[in-house]
Design a protein around this ligand. Structure first.
Ligand SMILES: Cc1cc2nc3c(=O)[nH]c(=O)nc-3n(C[C@H](O)[C@H](O)[C@H](O)COP(=O)(O)OP(=O)(O)OC[C@H]3O[C@@H](n4cnc5c(N)ncnc54)[C@H](O)[C@@H]3O)c2cc1C
Length: 468
């Protein structure tokens, strides 16, 4: 089934849903697609499966956005997974797989608002059952009201540490420790920028207060050295690290726990703009590879726009503002678009401060031990990556052929940032020079049978003999 719209918005998080509602309310024919059954994205993820939700500020903001989108004339294709996007003579074609099978939509304008992936820098034992991501833990808490253990260590870096630790405390779970790579001074130097957004600063303080009130020890300037337990987490071993995340001399501490929740920031989910071969550049502060965009969020390809965390990690407030500004722009309401862009400038220092705390730390990556698995889909260790480089892999796509890194079901979503950093370090090249893996469909794993439909061998055309 093919349907025509003025604008297709891919992603119904704060960026995409705001953009779709704004443009549709202003008269554009808009379709918004998301694989989740309800809009809200990661930060405003809706409760599911009968769970009433935590009733917190994120849920309230998500409900407001969901109501606005539902009341707008935008066509919602929720529960639809986008697996392919191609350029056509007149714009873009988006192929989805939803509850009613495959569908395709076309429009001259495509807005990519696909958000972020979480980053975990590998360490011995990181694939042990019971180790999960910080961002994944927010999904469990928000959508299902599930806590992933009885006694947990929360570790990594960035603001999600506080979000998750406070959420677990509120849910009645024992948090054995919060382990933050950043030294206290990293937070203190960012205090002016944080206080510049009083509402967000107050929420952060409330999380910190909840953790402190529960008596949870917070170990700053520390990182996870290894997880012990084999079949399931039993102990988390931590030790001091420098400001760049590399282990330093100092005593190890052993924490008994049945789970570790860990995250080292976010990387951009820019697979769609990569697939379409838009121009990208590497920006460590913004989560890695980002599409190059102009003042109207347009990429190097006409009609292709990118907003939100997928266009550079900036957080929810900036994602919503970018969605609104682009929505106005697409509706031809330039004065409103400009006014909203001015609000983005005011929110930038806070966004930079948070992004800085979450950015990849190259020394932490370089310290990964040789026998640690880096690409968990294909079971590739750091030593195998180094050997491939020593054997002559000088391009990132060559490394993929040599090792199968990034060829598994996640298509590099979880390992790309680490693998590419390791290769750059070994070759003494910049990340920009090493490049990124070529984007390929499918964007998400899809059952082949559902996409191509039923067929038998008789349906396969027999090629006519070619002339010699
Ligand atoms: C797992 C996770 C949990 C997070 N939890 C929090 C939190 O608790 N608090 C917080 O402040 N920040 C959180 N963040 C960061 C937060 O996502 C962003 O700051 C904010 O949501 C950015 O909004 P966005 O609209 O750019 O992207 P998102 O909110 O990420 O929205 C992107 C949307 O695109 C959809 N999408 C992507 N690819 C496809 C596809 N191929 N087909 C169909 N749909 C697709 C996704 O389903 C998603 O709904 C989290 C990030 C992640 C990755």
């Amino acid at each position: 089934m093919m349907a025509a719209f003025d604008v297709i918005v891919l992603g119904a998080g704060p960026a995409g849903a705001t953009c779709a509602a704004t443009a549709a309310e202003a008269g554009r024919r808009v379709a918004v697609i998301d694989e989740q059954p309800r809009a809200g994205g990661q930060v405003w993820r809706a409760p599911m499966g009968g769970f009433p939700g935590k009733g917190d500020a994120d849920q309230a903001s998500g409900d407001t956005l969901r109501r606005r989108l539902a009341a707008s004339p935008a066509t919602r294709r929720l529960g639809h997974r986008v697996w392919s996007v191609v350029r056509t003579d007149t714009g873009y074609r988006v192929d989805t797989l939803g509850p009613d099978g495959p569908t395709a939509l076309e429009a001259p304008f495509l807005v990519v608002a696909t958000g972020a992936h979480e980053r975990v820098v590998p360490f011995p034992g990181w694939t042990t059952p019971g180790v999960i991501g910080l961002a994944a833990a927010t999904v469990l808490l928000k959508s299902h009201g599930v806590v992933p253990g009885r006694r947990l260590v929360v570790a990594g870096c960035g603001p999600l540490l506080a979000v998750v630790a406070a959420g677990l405390v509120k849910a009645g779970t024992e948090v054995a420790a919060v382990v933050d790579i950043a030294p206290r001074s990293a937070w203190l130097t960012r205090l002016p920028a944080i206080l510049g957004q009083p509402r967000l600063a107050a929420r952060g303080l409330a999380w910190g207060f909840a953790v402190a009130k529960a008596g949870v020890p917070v170990l700053s300037g520390h990182g996870v050295r290894r997880v012990e337990g084999g079949e399931a987490v039993t102990r988390v071993v931590i030790g001091p690290v420098d400001a760049d995340g590399a282990p330093t001399e100092g005593p190890e501490q052993i924490i008994e726990a049945d789970g570790l929740i860990i995250g080292h920031g976010l990387t951009t989910a820019c697979e769609v703009t990569r697939l379409l071969r838009a121009e990208h550049r590497f920006d460590r502060l913004r989560g890695g590879w980002i599409p190059v965009v102009d003042g109207a969020f347009q990429t190097s390809l006409p009609g292709l726009h990118a907003i939100g965390d997928g266009a550079g990690i900036r957080g929810q407030a900036m994602a919503s503002l970018a969605g609104e500004a682009l929505g106005w722009h697409l509706a031809g309401r330039m004065a409103e678009a400009e006014a909203t862009r001015a609000n983005m400038a005011a929110a930038t220092p806070f966004s930079d401060a948070m992004a800085g705390l979450m950015a990849q730390r190259p020394a932490q990556v370089r310290a990964i031990a040789a026998d640690t698995v880096v690409c968990r889909c294909e079971d590739v260790t750091r030593a195998e990556i180094d050997s491939a480089v020593d054997a002559g892999a000088t391009q990132i796509d060559q490394l993929k052929h040599f090792t199968r890194c990034g060829m598994g079901p996640c298509q590099g979503r979880s390992c790309a940032d680490t693998v590419q950093e390791l290769m750059a370090a070994r070759l003494r090249m910049s990340r920009q020079e090493v490049g990124q893996w070529t984007g390929r469909p499918p964007l998400r794993p899809v059952p082949l049978g559902e996409v191509i439909g039923a067929f038998s061998y008789d349906d396969i055309p027999i090629p006519t003999p070619a002339p010699l």
